[in-house]
Write a protein that binds this ligand. Sequence first.
Ligand SMILES: [Zn+2]
Length: 506
Amino acid sequence: MKLEPVIGLEIHVQLKTRSKMFCGCSNRGEFEPPNTAVCPICLGHPGALPSVNREAVRMGIRIGLALNGKIAHRTKFDRKNYFYPDLPKGYQISQFDQPIVEGGRLSFSVGRGGEQRTETVELERVHLEEDAAKLSHSPDGRHSFVDFNRGGTPLAEIVTKPDIRSPESAKAFLQELRLVMRYLDVSDADMEKGHLRCDANISMREVSDDPKRDGPAARLNPKTEIKNLNSFRAVEQALEHEIRRQTALWEEGNPVSEQSTRGWDEGKRETVIQRTKEEAHDYRYFPEPDLPPLELSEMTEDVRLRLPELPDSRRNRMVEEHGFTAEASRTICDDRHLADYTERVMSELAEWVTSAESGNWEEKRAETAKLASGWILTRLAGVMAEHGIDIRILKITPENFAELLTMIRGGKVTGPNAMLILEEMALSGQDPSQIMDERNLGQTDDTEGLERTAAEIIAANPKAVGDWKGGKQASVQFLVGQMMRATKGKASPQLVREIIERQLGS
Ligand SMILES: [Zn+2]
């Protein structure tokens, strides 16, 4: 008997509207002192009337369109009733039977390099709702605190079908979903900050050995819900743990027979039971009488026209239009701002190269893209990480960055010295040729001088020369290193190598 996991996800995305879902309070309450971004509506005072935030509805439509869902012509809100200290009204305004989006799908890549494959997960629905307040507890366990700033924050809940077959796929799906939310600019979608929260449903089922026979494989078994997974790692690890636990129960002849809710204990690395079906809430949904249903057709057409480019199409375009490799394109597009920056660099670079060199840009595109992605993804990324610089506040203009790349390309500066210039550019915002002149970092074209220095270095290092004559090719590298140091990085390593090899050989 073979078992396979059947996984579905429910994701709450915190929408970054200016105001809350049903009142005018600031939606930036997480940065304000507790209980200051509140009003009678989000505190649930009797008689206070909610009204729908249009921007949140537009964002819900954006999400639905980006995920290929069907946007409802008519949508309405419902009350989901339960009692809890973080919910002053005694109910949450959510959507029950007429969600803003039905269906949809998202394709994503799992694994990297040669192992990479594409998967698609179908969606059940997307609906809008308000968040509950935030509870915290004193370390001694004697006091609890409620911050109502978060109460009433707009959320989009995205529910997948039980379409996912591995923890690795669940994680990859979530990462792509986060990227889509960022491209749509509807949420910061930061899991650690709770802007993206995930609950996972999982059950196991038997897979028939005969692929033609569907048999028990078509049936779904009672699911276990794992609540509040707040990092990609937690999602993957909690699902892996639950697969081990449920598989062991099958092997004991005692598979999971009733629905239950479990939590993830990060410290113990295991899921822990929270409640079983008997204790499940009966929410008694009913239509929200204070909010009229919404007609969305007109708004949907308007939102459709303004939909931005999504990660998947941008990745393909970066390959086709700029000549990046698929791998480089994927890494660049993982950050929308980095992708914006890179595209501006590439357009400047095309101008620089076409004006400074003869020949056709199309022919030089791929090698230029390789130079650019190498310098952006490793050197620039390294400098930014070292100095804690975000791409959005980078002082290096795309024009200056493109100029530096053409200087490297044209042999005006060596790689090591270009690295020094890059760091200075990031710190001061100066342009590269100015830094090169002021700090005397330009590549030397004094071959006579280089010949002299090479002869001196060869004379001063008889052991390395002896090794080379004894057949040890690597000792040339040592001599090249000595030369680079003597010339303060200003000589081209290739040229230095040629000179040394020629002098050694003669
Ligand atoms: Zn309010």
